[in-house]
Design a protein around this ligand. Structure first.
Ligand code: ATP
Ligand code: MG
Length: 355
């Protein structure tokens, strides 16, 4: 029975174990004075004497050992070049550890929650935007349906039902974009070798019916052999589909969209160009933001939600690539995506989406 005890006596101490935790931990004695800090506590606090966070923790510990004191939890903002937010919980403890001699004292736990709060805001905005984008066409559908009820004039019936169809397409396009985003989240990490040539020709086939409806031609200029990158197939499909759909949607009748895939300077290159309406210079960066659309009036009939290019940007970043936009108002648009052949780290989620 002595062997296990020996092993135990050579095991890690509880102080060493506390040092492995990412949470800052500070123990105070019966007088509220700090007696022990783990490694994370010292790494997270700039100064225990005159830093905002260090001072606040010291104050709370001193308060916590007063008779009748209870646990507290608060967020502490630390201003600076990169402002941070910490969540600090302090509670009185009857007997902390041997460090306090078994007497009562207090313990403070704290962590940096800046990133978590940022992600929460992005998610909240996202849900608000999606709800808004769904509410508008759904409201229109219900008004149009009401107007249709009891309508006898065949011309009016045709016009109203046509508009219901347009609004319904808007809803289904948005839902499709959202499903893409979901697929991007779920698939993150599931990399495989993806042939961009097959992928591009599949996308062109899929967009063809829409192109025909709008009277736009789609031309594919693809190499005869495979061009493989390590990546997440569903994400790369979304990327190319969004570019080709944009080319088609923002072209006039009789327009031409060209999809080109090749190898250039040791990277795979996907280029989609159109001779359509173009994007004003001032909007070049903004079109990659979620829900940003250049001119709602101009775009009303295209039924977009403004998610397409943000999906493109996020997929490209996740695959370690780059995306370039060349466009002139009235002079067509060319989007060029370059992807490394080797594996990127496709880890994109709604939460990480840049605003
Ligand atoms: P979604 O793709 O979600 O259905 P969308 O096409 O409006 O909607 P994005 O693909 O993100 O959204 O594009 C954002 C905006 O950029 C569009 O609304 C459009 O104004 C402009 N845009 C994008 N691609 C082109 C293009 N090829 N030609 C002209 N304008 C474009
Ligand atoms: Mg789009």
């Amino acid at each position: 029975m002595s062997a296990p005890q020996q092993i135990a006596s050579h095991g890690p101490t509880s102080a060493e174990a506390l040092d492995l935790l990412p949470t800052g931990i500070v123990l105070a004695d019966v007088s509220g004075r700090m007696v022990r800090r783990n490694a994370a506590a010292d790494a997270l606090v700039d100064s225990w004497e005159d830093g905002v966070l260090g001072r606040r923790i010291a104050e709370r510990l001193a308060d916590a050992v007063r008779p009748g004191a209870g646990p507290t939890r608060e967020q502490v903002r630390v201003p600076g070049h990169e402002p941070r937010v910490f969540e600090v919980s302090v509670r009185p403890v009857a007997a902390v550890t041997a460090a306090t001699g078994g007497s009562s004292g207090a313990v403070a736990l704290f962590e940096d929650v800046t990133e978590r709060l940022r992600v929460e805001v992005v998610r909240r905005d996202f849900v608000a935007n999606v709800s808004h984008e769904l509410k508008t066409p759904m409201g229109a559908i219900s008004l149009l349906a009401e107007a249709l009820e009891g309508e006898r004039d065949p011309e009016v019936v045709e016009r109203l039902s046509g508009r219901i169809g347009t609004e319904a397409r808007r809803v289904s396009d948005l839902v499709e974009d959202l499903l893409d985003l979901r697929a991007i989240e779920e698939d993150s990490g599931a990399s495989s070798s993806v042939d961009l040539v097959t992928l591009a020709s599949e996308v062109v086939d899929r967009v063809e019916p829409m192109a025909q409806r709008l009277g736009v031609a789609v031309e594919a200029d693809l190499p005869t052999s495979d061009l493989r990158v390590d990546g997440v197939r569903t994400q790369l499909v979304s990327l190319v589909r969004n570019l080709v759909e944009n080319g088609v949607k923002y072209s006039d009748e009789g327009g031409l969209v060209q999809v080109h895939v090749s190898e250039a300077n040791g990277r795979a290159l996907v280029r989609v160009s159109d001779d359509g309406v173009g994007i004003p210079a001032g909007d070049h960066d903004r079109v990659f933001e979620r829900f940003y659309r250049v001119d709602r009036a101009r775009n009303r009939d295209t039924g977009g939600s403004g998610l397409g290019l943000s999906i493109v940007r996020n997929v490209v970043q996740g695959h370690g690539g780059t995306v370039d936009l060349e466009s002139r108002e009235g002079g067509g648009t060319t989007v060029t995506v370059r992807l490394p052949f080797g594996a990127g780290t496709p880890a994109v989620g709604i939460g990480e989406f840049a605003p």
